[in-house]
Structure formats: structure tokens, C-alpha cells
Design a protein around this ligand. Structure first.
Ligand code: ATP
Ligand code: MG
Length: 318
């Protein structure tokens, strides 16, 4: 059981993954994920935020074992994924799914929508009638009409294509879903619709969901807890309110301190000075420390907590 009394669906300990630096660069390997401990409980959305390159997608893929970790273990529904045979892993696949950023590149352009969604049912060995019924059911769940079943991906709008991507992930009734920047490739007007759909699905399906985004406003909308990732490590983890209202790590505070659009020039100057101080603080941080719970449900990777830097003045889109 975790601190919230909910059984974790997935939990990982001491996960590490390095990638070789580009050939000929002479650089050291990149520590994409560097000692992460994390869990996601049933019915919970854990938001994972951090800048580009901080390791979010690598962590999401490791948790699904789409990538092999160098070290560490992952337990999914009580079974150790890291030691599992590929045969057993294949049988578990329908229960852990992913929604990708770009729906068009994630959908096979030569398959019609009903084939795309139905494909993930092949392991379930349903009869044709039951398959069609399940596809129709999940189509309704994601708010699509049956008349798109015969279309190809290029005949769909961005919002429709992402709904198909979500339907494909949900058709096999997963218990764990990784959503990797599922809104970033969509028009602004469609983003809110898909975001609301995630909220809706979360409530109805009681999923464990890892929702990855560099957009802090988006994560605030859907997540129950938030993990902040910086250079391959989780540097802050807590309930949404704790992390947004009382961010403790300078990196979290930097992420939250985007200069507000339309602010007065005096506010802009103040925000810039705050950001500079936070950058200095981040540079001066001592040796890396483990996450430490500083109050119930709020952990931070700092050996001591400084409170002299003003709190972020506003949350604005980067
Ligand atoms: N297959 C790979 N081969 C080599 N390096 C990789 C590979 N995948 C990721 N990396 C490197 O690992 C680090 C983490 O990458 P990752 O894609 O996990 O970051 P991210 O937080 O998802 O970034 P973004 O917000 O841009 O999607 C980066 O330095 C990246 O260049
Ligand atoms: Mg990514």
C-alpha cells in the first residue's frame, strides 16, 4: 500500500537508463533516468513534468517495459516486470497501454479506424460480433461517431485522430495508461476537449495514469499528484496542491515562474530577477540527494530547504 492507502498498480525502484552520446561527440553517456522511485495507484493520475530532455518519455517507456532498464525493478499488478519472460510480458501488454503525442504518426496510415482500434483485441480472442461490440463501446467512450470507423487516419481531424489513439489504448481495458504529451501536437482549441476527455475517462475507468507534459497548466488540470523531473531524477513529488502552491525545489519554482503574459513592466522585472535567483540557486545546489518527505505527501530532493527566494508570482504558459 502507498501513503494514500491505495494499492499501487505500478511501482518502480531505483530505475536507471543511460544512452550512449552521439557517435564521435566524445561526450559521456546521457543518464536519461538516474535512480527513480515512483508508483502510480489505481484511480490516480500522476503528472510528470520537466523540461525537454529531462527524461520523462524514457521513464514512461521503462515503466511499460518498452525499454529495458539498466538497473532497477518494476512491479506491475504484483508481478516483477523486469524479470518477466517475453511470453508473459506479451500477455500483460493489453493491461498497460500508451497514448502518444502525435496521433497521425502513431496510427497506421494503411489501416481503417475499426482495424486500428480492433487490433489490440486480437490477444483477447473475441468473436467477430463481440469485437465489433467492444469497438463500438470504446468509440462511444471517447466521444466518436460510428461513421468514422471506415476512415483512414489522414481523413481524420487532429482531435478525432487523438481520440482514435485513446480508443486504441483503452479497448483492451488497461489498468495502467501512459499518456506522453497527448495534447502537444493538437490545435489549442482541441486541447481543452481532449484534456476534459482524460479527466472524464479517469473518473469512469479508475485507471492508473502517468500523464507526461511540459505544460504545467495542463498537468494541474488532470493530476492528483505531480512528479517533477530534472536531469533524469525526480526532484519533487507531492499532491498537486502541495507542489503548485508550495513548490520547494528551485527547479520546480523555476518551472512555475514563467513570466506572465501581459504583465506590467515592474512585474516582469521582478519575475526576471526571481528566475535569475532560482537559476543561481539551482547551479549552487550541493551533491544530489534522495527525495525526502518534508511533510506528509510532499517530498523534495534537497538537503536543506531555503525559503528566502520569493515564491513564483504567477503561472503562465511558457
Ligand atoms: N534512443 C535514444 N538514444 C539516445 N539518447 C536518447 C534516446 N532517447 C532519449 N535519449 C536522450 O535521453 C535524454 C532524455 O530524453 P527523453 O526523451 O526521455 O526526454 P523528455 O523529457 O521526454 O523530453 P521531451 O520533453 O523533449 O519529450 C535526452 O538527453 C535524450 O537526448
Ligand atoms: Mg518526451
Amino acid at each position: 500500500m502507498n501513503g494514500d492507502g491505495q494499492q499501487p498498480i505500478v511501482s518502480a525502484s531505483n530505475l536507471r537508463k543511460k544512452f550512449a552520446a552521439p557517435w564521435g561527440s566524445g561526450s559521456a553517456p546521457v543518464k536519461a533516468v538516474d535512480g527513480v522511485n515512483i508508483h502510480v495507484a489505481r484511480g490516480e493520475t500522476l503528472g510528470l513534468v520537466g523540461e525537454s530532455g529531462s527524461g520523462k518519455s524514457t521513464l514512461g517507456r521503462l515503466l511499460l517495459r518498452l525499454l529495458e532498464p539498466d538497473t532497477g525493478s518494476i512491479v506491475f499488478e504484483g508481478s516483477n516486470l523486469t524479470r518477466m519472460s517475453s511470453w508473459r510480458l506479451r500477455r500483460l501488454r493489453p493491461r498497460m497501454q500508451i497514448v502518444f503525442q502525435n496521433p497521425y504518426s502513431a496510427l497506421n496510415p494503411r489501416m481503417r479506424v475499426h482495424q486500428i482500434i480492433g487490433f489490440n483485441l486480437s490477444a483477447a480472442r473475441l468473436s467477430g460480433v463481440n469485437r465489433r461490440a467492444r469497438v463500438a463501446e470504446v468509440l462511444k467512450l471517447v466521444g466518436l461517431d460510428r461513421d468514422i470507423l471506415g476512415r483512414y487516419p489522414h481523413q481524420l481531424s487532429g482531435g478525432q485522430a487523438q481520440r482514435v489513439g485513446i480508443a486504441r489504448a483503452l479497448v483492451s481495458s488497461p489498468t495502467f495508461l501512459v499518456a506522453d504529451e497527448p495534447l502537444s501536437a493538437l490545435d489549442l482549441s482541441v486541447q481543452a476537449e481532449i484534456l476534459n476527455l482524460f479527466g472524464d475517462l479517469q473518473e469512469r475507468l479508475n485507471l492508473a495514469c502517468l500523464f507526461i507534459s511540459h505544460n504545467l497548466q495542463v498537468v494541474r488540470h488532470v493530476a492528483h499528484r505531480v512528479a517533477v523531473m530534472y536531469e533524469g531524477r525526480i526532484v519533487e513529488l507531492g499532491s498537486r496542491d502541495a507542489v503548485y502552491e508550495d513548490p520547494l525545489h528551485p527547479y520546480t519554482r523555476l518551472l512555475l515562474s514563467a513570466i506572465p503574459t501581459g504583465a506590467r513592466s515592474s512585474d516582469i522585472a521582478g519575475a526576471r530577477a526571481t528566475r535569475q535567483r532560482l537559476k543561481d540557486e539551482l547551479r549552487e545546489l550541493g551533491p544530489e540527494t534522495d527525495l525526502r518527505e518534508v511533510r506528509p505527501g510532499h517530498s523534495v530532493a534537497l538537503s536543506s530547504i531555503r525559503v528566502d527566494t520569493p515564491r513564483p508570482i504567477a503561472l503562465a504558459q511558457e
